[in-house]
Every structure is written in structure tokens, then in C-alpha cells.
Design a protein around this ligand. Structure first.
Ligand code: SAM
Length: 365
């Protein structure tokens, strides 16, 4: 049996090693987080990359059992941001020096929506003279749609697998044609094969989720060799079917602690990828995003959505920063990152080093 320190110093981790690391508490957890931070600083430095988040629309075809903007939640007032406002958000990102934006949306697969995203991609490239990198997070689409968006200028795509365990996936999604585990896997494979910097991730602290499931999630990310990962705590929403399990999930403190450990272990497994410090971290813990950054994350997604829409994109309750103006957010984040000896890298796309290196290698082969 390896000692905890021996496991920490390994280059390759067995599933049992991962479970041991994820189970660490107290001094051992601190050893894990220290090693993760050292690894991050060595391989990707103390730069924090920004993705200005535009929550384009809360109209969604899906009924995910955890999500506050799910189709069947009639309490939500549905919105779609105007074209002008989307382009203004991109201009603001440019002005604030955010090198990248992320367009996230409830899921739509109709031709109007697909064309509209193409329009935004082209216009934002034009208005920024190619200076703004664009990540999309618009859910499950056909390979053809992903290709169209890629050809229009999207180069990163975020689609969380939510859980890599099929049984758990169907406990948090309805089991029907629209929510299909194999299709989600197919989407992630398509994105990778099309050449996107592909990001995926999971929610942490879901009802029925075990440490074994979480270890398998990390193994799945590694197996797929993804360029980016976004993981954050599950937060129960009162208008969703999973609300009834709210008393059966780990406490806020435990979910935050497991999020730190998941980020830390993944940093040891995938040293050069980009990892997001999720807004959900800050929602359950005032220092949550800082904790995630110290544990190994290196990306933050400040919200650029016009304030009048934000209350209607509550995928979970009490979302952090909903009332903040983008300019306030900008200053607050800068200070917060300095306070933990990190620095925001302005005016840069902030691509995944892992992806760039792999791509270069393939070009040379
Ligand atoms: N529809 C797109 C998709 O599925 O990727 C993008 C929007 S979706 C609302 C973005 C992410 O929000 C999901 O991947 C999910 O992990 C997260 N999310 C939704 N409900 C949540 C909750 N109750 N707690 C924490 N995260 C949640």
C-alpha cells in the first residue's frame, strides 16, 4: 500500500489512488492542495484567464431535473437578448480587456437559433478584428451544427457530461429521446474530432453521487484528453424535481471541499489544461472562486449579461454577482485575484496550453 505522499508524487494515478486523494481530509487534504497549486504554477503559471459570459437565452428544449431554467419550469419568464445587446456585450468585453467571451444558452436546435449563433460569431470576429476568442456553450447539437459554428469562428466549446456514470446521468435527467447519455458522449467526441478546444465537466455533490462516480469522472476527462474542464457544486433549485433530495446531499462546506479536491486531483492528472473556477463555487462559499483557483483552476467567467435579464437565468438559486455591474465585477475580480497572488491576463485568448501543444505535435507528425 502506497503512503499518501507516495501517491501524490506519482505521474499516473490508478482509480484507487484517485479515490484515496478525493477522500483526504485535514493535513492530507492540505498536502494535496499544496501539490496541486505547485503543479499549476509550474505548468500554467499564476495567470487567470477571463471568459466574459453572455447568457444569451433561457429558452430551453430540455427538462434536466436539476436546472432552474428547464423547459417545464413555468415560473421563469423566458427571454432572448437582442442582437444589439449581444454585440454590445462583446464590445464591452473588448473595452474591459477580456480576451474572450463565452456565449451560453438554453438549448435550441432550430435553424433560426443555429443561424443566429453564426451571425454573432461572424459579427463579433468583425467588430473585434479577431481579437476576441469565442467559447460556445449551447448544449447538444448535431455534428453538422458544431461544424458550422466552428467554421464561423467558434474555437472552444463547453459541454458538461454532468456525470460520466450512465446510471447517475439518468437519475438527474429524464430518460427519453431528448436526454440521451450516448448522444451526450457523441457530442463531446464530435467536438473533439472537429478540432474545438473541448471542455466538459460535472456537478459535484449530486444526490446519489459517490466518490467512485467522481473518480470515474476524472478518469473520463483524462481518457478523452479534453482541453478544459468546468466543475462546480450542485445547488438544489426549489422549482426542479431534484429539490426533494436537498436534505440528502452533502452540506455546502462538504460540496465546496470536494470541489477543491476534484480540481486539485485533476490538476495533478492533467497539468496543462484550463480549468474553470465556477460561479457556483462563490454562491455556496464567499471565497469559493478563490479556493478553486488556489486548488488549481485558472479560468473565471465574469458575467456580461445585461443586468435586466440575469434574474431569469437562475439555473440555481442565490447565484453570486447577479446584481453586479460588469465594470464593478472587473475591479472586484482583479482585486480578488491579486489577494491570492494571481494575476488576470488581459487582452489574450487564454487558450489551453495542453491543447496548443497537442495540436502543434499533430501538425509536426
Ligand atoms: N444548455 C447548455 C448545456 O447544457 O451545456 C448550457 C446551459 S446549462 C444551464 C449550463 C450548466 O449549468 C450545466 O452544464 C450544468 O452543469 C449547470 N447547472 C444547471 N443547473 C445547476 C444546478 N442546479 N447546480 C449547479 N449547476 C447547475
Amino acid at each position: 500500500m502506497n503512503s499518501f505522499e507516495e501517491i501524490l508524487n506519482k505521474e499516473e494515478f490508478s482509480k484507487q489512488d484517485i479515490i484515496t486523494l478525493l477522500s483526504s481530509e485535514g493535513e492530507q487534504k492540505q498536502m494535496l492542495l499544496k501539490k496541486a497549486l505547485e503543479t499549476k504554477l509550474k505548468y500554467v503559471g499564476n495567470d487567470v484567464h477571463l471568459r466574459g459570459l453572455i447568457e444569451y437565452s433561457n429558452i430551453c428544449e430540455k427538462y434536466c431535473l436539476y436546472c432552474g431554467v428547464r423547459n417545464k419550469n413555468n415560473k421563469v419568464i423566458r427571454y432572448t437578448i437582442t442582437d444589439q445587446e449581444v454585440l454590445d456585450c462583446a464590445r464591452l468585453a473588448l473595452k474591459l480587456g477580456y480576451g474572450s467571451i463565452a456565449i451560453q444558452s438554453g438549448e435550441r436546435t432550430d435553424e433560426d437559433f443555429i443561424n443566429k449563433i453564426c451571425f454573432f460569431l461572424k459579427e463579433i470576429k468583425k467588430l473585434s478584428d479577431g481579437k476576441i476568442g469565442i467559447t460556445l456553450s449551447c448544449g447538444e447539437q448535431t455534428k453538422e451544427t458544431y461544424k458550422r459554428w466552428f467554421d464561423c469562428g467558434a474555437h472552444r466549446y463547453l459541454l458538461r457530461i454532468e456525470s460520466s456514470n450512465k446510471e447517475l446521468f439518468y437519475r438527474i435527467h429524464p430518460k427519453d429521446d431528448e436526454h440521451n447519455f450516448e448522444n451526450r458522449l457523441r457530442c463531446i467526441d464530435d467536438l473533439i474530432n472537429l478540432g474545438y478546444q473541448t471542455g466538459t465537466g460535472v456537478m459535484i455533490g449530486l444526490p446519489f453521487q459517490t466518490i467512485d462516480n467522481l473518480a470515474d469522472d476524472l478518469i473520463y476527462f483524462k481518457k478523452k484528453n479534453v482541453a478544459m474542464v468546468g466543475m462546480g457544486p450542485f445547488i438544489a433549485h426549489p422549482d426542479t424535481p431534484l429539490w426533494k433530495f436537498k436534505d440528502n446531499i452533502p452540506s455546502n462546506e462538504q460540496r465546496m471541499s470536494m470541489t477543491e479536491k476534484m480540481i486539485g486531483v485533476l490538476r495533478l492528472m492533467m497539468k496543462e489544461i484550463n480549468m474553470v473556477a465556477a460561479t457556483a463555487d462563490q454562491t455556496i462559499d464567499k471565497q469559493g472562486r478563490e479556493k478553486a483557483i488556489i486548488a488549481g483552476a485558472n479560468v473565471i467567467m465574469p458575467n456580461l449579461t445585461p443586468n435586466r435579464y440575469r434574474e431569469e437565468y437562475l439555473i440555481y438559486p442565490d447565484k453570486a454577482c447577479v446584481g453586479d455591474k460588469p465594470e464593478e465585477c472587473y475591479q472586484c475580480l482583479d482585486l480578488r485575484m491579486r489577494s491570492i497572488k494571481h494575476k488576470i491576463l488581459y487582452n489574450a485568448w487564454g487558450d489551453s496550453i495542453a491543447f496548443l501543444k497537442q495540436h502543434k505535435k499533430q501538425e509536426n507528425e
